[in-house]
Ligand binder design. Structure first.
Ligand SMILES: [Zn+2]
Length: 108
C-alpha cells in the first residue's frame, strides 16, 4: 500500500506518482478512512482528500489490506463483497459470526 502523502505535493511528486501508474505499480486507488478501493478513474476516488488516498498494485493487495470494492466503479465486485462472496472476506469479526448470522440475512 502506497500513501498519496508519500509523494510531495509538487510537479516532481506528481511525476513520480505517474511513473508508478505507467509502470503498473499503481493500479487501484483507495480511501484509507472508508477502507474502499476502486479504479483510478473513479469519481469517488477523485473527490477524496489527498491525505486519505492510498494506492495498490493489485486487488489482492487491497483486499489483503482490509479494503472492500467501491460500490460505484466496481459495482459487481462490491455486490460479491456485500454477499460475503469468495475472495472478499468481510473481516475476522464477520467471518466468525457468519454461521449464526446466516439465519438473519433476509432481515437486511
Ligand atoms: Zn469507485
Amino acid at each position: 500500500m502506497i500513501c498519496h502523502t508519500d509523494f510531495a505535493d509538487t510537479e516532481t511528486g506528481l511525476a513520480e506518482l505517474w511513473k508508478l501508474i505507467k509502470t503498473g505499480q499503481i493500479v487501484f486507488g483507495g480511501n484509507a478512512v472508508l477502507k474502499t478501493y476502486g479504479t483510478l478513474r473513479c469519481q469517488s476516488g477523485r473527490r477524496m482528500h489527498r491525505k486519505n488516498r492510498v494506492f495498490f498494485s493489485s486487488e489482492d493487495e487491497a483486499v489483503a489490506s482490509g479494503f472492500r470494492p467501491c460500490g460505484h466503479c466496481l459495482r459487481a465486485k462490491y455486490r460479491l463483497w456485500k454477499e460475503g462472496g469468495a475472495g472478499y472476506p468481510r473481516g475476522v469479526a464477520a467471518k466468525t459470526a457468519s454461521a449464526s448470522m446466516s439465519d438473519n440475512v433476509t432481515t437486511n
